[in-house]
Design a protein around this ligand. Sequence first.
Ligand code: SAM
Length: 193
Amino acid sequence: MKYEPHDSYFHRAKAEGYLARSVYKLEAIDAKYHLVAPGMHVVDLGAAPGSWSQYLLAKVGPQGRVLAVDIQEVRLRADNLEFQQMDVLAAEIENFLAGKIWHGLVSDMAPATTGNRCTDQARSAALVERSLYLAQRFLQRGGFWVAKLLEGPERAPLTRAAQQIFERVHIFRPPATRKGSTECFLIGLRKRL
Ligand SMILES: C[S@@+](CC[C@H](N)C(=O)[O-])C[C@H]1O[C@@H](n2cnc3c(N)ncnc32)[C@H](O)[C@@H]1O
């Protein structure tokens, strides 16, 4: 499959002022599941360069708040955006989540790919598992969770684990996902108590 770095989503993102074409994946997920609303407080894991945070900031509005986390720098600035440069797998992130209200947690985290499919799938699954743990510990009742996964044998156990935590769990492949990519998004709706 020919990889086209500058496809129509790339050009659209550039024209609309978004930092990455990935924004259209979150937009499609939100259009289908109606997740983000004004005033919400949302955590964005794997936020760099920042297009999901741009989308979230526009949707939550001035009364809302976004916490963006990534190993790499996010250069985006806004009054209601907090950026923490750190590894989500490290315990430190819990200090920034604890004691606050979070209505949603999204993760577009992707491991640095090795080219070995099993290794890449296992690393992607570990990031999804971590985001699910953080969602379970820190999301409000009724909150939502979105996490990108490279499809592999961990999809079924991760879906089952998410079903313990959320009333509804869906798997979605947005149109902006590149042809030939094995990524999908796990979506948890209405966190149980
Ligand atoms: C596909 S990019 C995210 C794009 C972003 N959603 C946007 O719209 O601009 C994946 C990101 O995951 C981050 N990442 C991967 N592993 C991570 C980890 N353990 N902790 C924090 N960030 C991580 C990478 O640094 C990378 O910036």
